[in-house]
Design a protein around this ligand. Structure first.
Ligand SMILES: Cc1cc2nc3c(=O)[nH]c(=O)nc-3n(C[C@H](O)[C@H](O)[C@H](O)COP(=O)(O)OP(=O)(O)OC[C@H]3O[C@@H](n4cnc5c(N)ncnc54)[C@H](O)[C@@H]3O)c2cc1C
Length: 420
């Protein structure tokens, strides 16, 4: 009997992890990985600012899935089979130790993404994966005679295989292959971005961060989503974990609104409005003759306080004693629900992902096999799955790739037939 022929399209995190898993579970299988560019694992190399945030120290499937604006429900079962703890153990077996930072993000102890790239390259080599690089796949056809696939390379060469893993990330070419095979693609739109705010006075505060703030997104006067966390003022607007999370959860509605939205900022989410009022009134009573700009009643950076006052119309000379109640209420509103206009989407170079991809209802999450095309498997960002920042995107790539690889290599699993 001829060995099982498996082709993996895409040499990113998911493609490599899937190819290794399948070659390890079935050492007799012939595993070929085809990568379009000359540099496999390019995103791993640049990930996490060159350090590669491999995963997140979150070891309960129920909690882990809460970090995925899209795909969390589908991943729940998958994470019971392969989760962050398994990722740590897998890399440890290859001699790569990971460390956890205070916020839960996990990196190789070398702080160098090259460690992960080398590890995956070496393991693929050791497991006998054949690597074809610099060779885009232009089409995939089903071979009705063998129930396998014909992979058409740009060079016009055709590869035959019994099972196929599509791990082409967010590439249009990959979506098209999936579509041509009968799958539906949720329209791809960006996720994990910063907010542009066209206010020079705010931008002048670049570098100031406040933790926590509570953000509320509102589009066409309809409240949409909330996030609480750290906020960073930048040269183009707002960034920081709270903004990135909001951008991920709101990726689709923000795209549909052409990134025009209202953002309500509560600068003091740890306090009830009445508490803030009492604090301000206490300062007013104690410092009545002093300028409001110099004696703030709340714990916010001085320059930010002054900026908030200008938004309300309080000048640097205005004194507490002269502050009418109407202005005091305006100040309270500004502190707890200041309204900002999002005028566009910025870039977040540390981690950037695509929302959208292969419709999850069409995939069996026990094996990652297509429910429409026996023998076809999916892993990584090609799926309509994306996570917030913190290592969650790689974790979904490792998990889906491991499940796909293990299932593809095991001849008793999946509905596909095997050519002889
Ligand atoms: C700058 C940046 C930093 C990031 N940092 C982190 C991080 O620290 N932690 C984290 O969890 N996530 C991070 N991410 C997200 C993470 O990189 C992705 O979620 C992950 O790489 C997805 O892996 P993948 O294998 O599915 O896709 P990809 O890594 O995109 O790999 C897909 C591969 O398929 C190839 N391909 C596409 N079409 C074809 C074709 N037709 N024929 C052959 N090959 C093809 C591509 O060339 C590519 O190599 C980051 C993303 C960016 C952009």
């Amino acid at each position: 009997m001829l060995p099982l022929k498996i082709v993996v399209i895409g040499g990113g995190a998911a493609g490599f992890f899937g190819a290794i898993a399948t070659a390890q579970v079935n050492p007799d299988a012939q595993v070929t990985l085809v990568e379009a560019s000359r540099q496999p694992l390019a995103k791993v190399r640049i990930s996490g600012g060159g350090r590669c945030n491999v995963t997140h120290a979150c070891f309960e499937a129920q909690r882990l899935v809460q970090n995925y604006p899209r795909g969390g429900k589908a991943l729940l079962g998958a994470f019971t089979r392969f989760q962050a703890q398994d990722t740590i153990a897998w890399f440890a077996t290859q001699g790569v130790k990971l460390k956890t930072e205070a916020d839960g993000r996990m990196f190789p102890i070398t702080d160098n993404s090259e460690t992960i790239v080398e590890c995956l390259m070496n393991e693929a080599h050791a497991a006998g994966v054949e690597l074809i690089i610099g060779t885009p796949v232009v089409a995939v056809k089903r071979n009705t005679q063998t129930a396998g696939f014909e992979i058409v390379l740009k060079s016009k060469e055709i590869l035959q295989c019994d099972r196929l893993l599509l791990a082409t990330g967010s590439s249009i070419a990959g979506y098209k292959i999936a579509q041509d095979l009968g799958h539906h693609i949720e329209p791809p739109v960006p996720s994990l971005f910063t907010f542009n705010i066209a206010d020079p006075k705010l931008r002048a505060l670049a570098g100031i961060s406040v933790n926590p703030v509570k953000l509320r997104l509102s589009i066409n006067s309809k409240p949409q989503l909330e996030q609480t966390g750290a906020l960073l003022i930048t040269h183009w607007g707002l960034s920081g974990p709270s903004v990135l999370k909001l951008s991920a959860w709101g990726a689709r509605v923000l795209h549909d609104s052409r990134y025009q939205a209202k953002l309500l900022i509560n600068w003091l989410p740890d306090f009830q409005l009445e508490q803030v009022r009492q604090n301000i009134l206490a300062v007013k009573a104690e410092w009545g003759r002093r300028p409001i700009a110099l004696h703030r009643g709340v714990d916010l950076p001085h320059r930010l306080w002054q900026y908030i006052l200008t938004r309300v119309g309080i000048t640097t000379e205005d004194r507490w004693a002269e502050l009418p109640n109407k202005m005091l209420n305006k100040l309270l509103a500004e502190l707890t629900q200041g309204e900002y206009s999002i005028s566009g989407k910025g870039a977040f170079k540390e981690e950037f992902v695509t929302c959208g991809g292969v419709n999850l209802k069409e995939v069996n999450f026990k094996t990652m096999e297509s429910k429409l095309v026996p023998g076809l498997y999916f892993a990584g960002e090609i799926l309509d799955i994306d996570g917030v920042t913190g290592g969650f995107n790689f974790q979904s790539a490792w998990t889906t790739a491991y499940l796909a690889g293990s299932a593809m290599g095991t001849s008793s699993v999946g509905a596909s037939s095997v050519t002889n």
